[in-house]
Design a protein around this ligand. Sequence first.
Ligand code: SF4
Ligand code: SF4
Length: 284
Amino acid sequence: MERTEIPNIIEVFRKTSGWNRVPPEKALRSDIAGMEMFSPALVGISSAEDPAFLLLKREGVVGPQFLLPREWLPGARSVVSFFLPFTARVREANAESGLEPAQEWLHGRIEGQEFIDRLSLALVERLREEGGDAVSPSVDERFASCTVRNTVFLDGNGTPFPVTFTSNWSERHVAFICGLGTFGLSRGLITSRGVAGRFGSVITTLPMTPDNVVPEDLYGNCTLCGECAAKCPAGAISLEKGKNHVLCAEYLDLMKEKHSPRYGCGKCQVGIPCESAVPEKHGG
Ligand code: SF4
Ligand code: SF4
């Protein structure tokens, strides 16, 4: 399969599947029914054997629980990562809703993730139709994540060890390796279309020409302007210490209590210079 076919498949699914729009029966307000959640995707492709994946197993990066592409899928040749930016309507609503997440954002977070899961499965199916095998780790039954302290994970050899706030596949780190962007102070990935959106990925045994350049500077797109820190209602981000995942998770729990079954915040992704583009750097 040609690398160029992947963006077309994603775009056709985004426009025609119906899953990129808020279903009327789930809409929190009547004017949100049918709202489009995501704009066209960015796509990056790497070799499944890119040595940068090994770095993700290091403590402090993702960790030893991170499974390599070939641990998910023996014989894997390529990794496809995609970023779907939220539409201007979703982003602007969240920028204007004070401390509370906008209802548009809550839909983007929950129904938007459902769209990404279905898109990921559609890609897996399509790659299998092309004669390869494929897996999307985030919707695979082996996917494991923890949002509390000291959960026990197994590494690639089945050895148990405790972890905190991590998973065995990290969409942001995989997107970084696939050349889609670099990290920001808020720990989001700043792509050429900004930080406000969501990621997905698929691993396949089909060979595709990689188009990734792994950035040398982990934080190359971040200007350290500190505006994401100023926006955070939980005080979870600081220029000195970066992001405090405990404070962020506690705030998200609070939002879940208020907005269950939905939740979200994303204030560090909107109304900031890197919301929808790489911010300009000033000075020398
Ligand atoms: S708002 Fe500023 S400091 Fe925060 S991630 Fe974006 S560029 Fe970096
Ligand atoms: S999601 Fe909300 S609570 Fe978490 S870091 Fe961003 S602004 Fe702060």
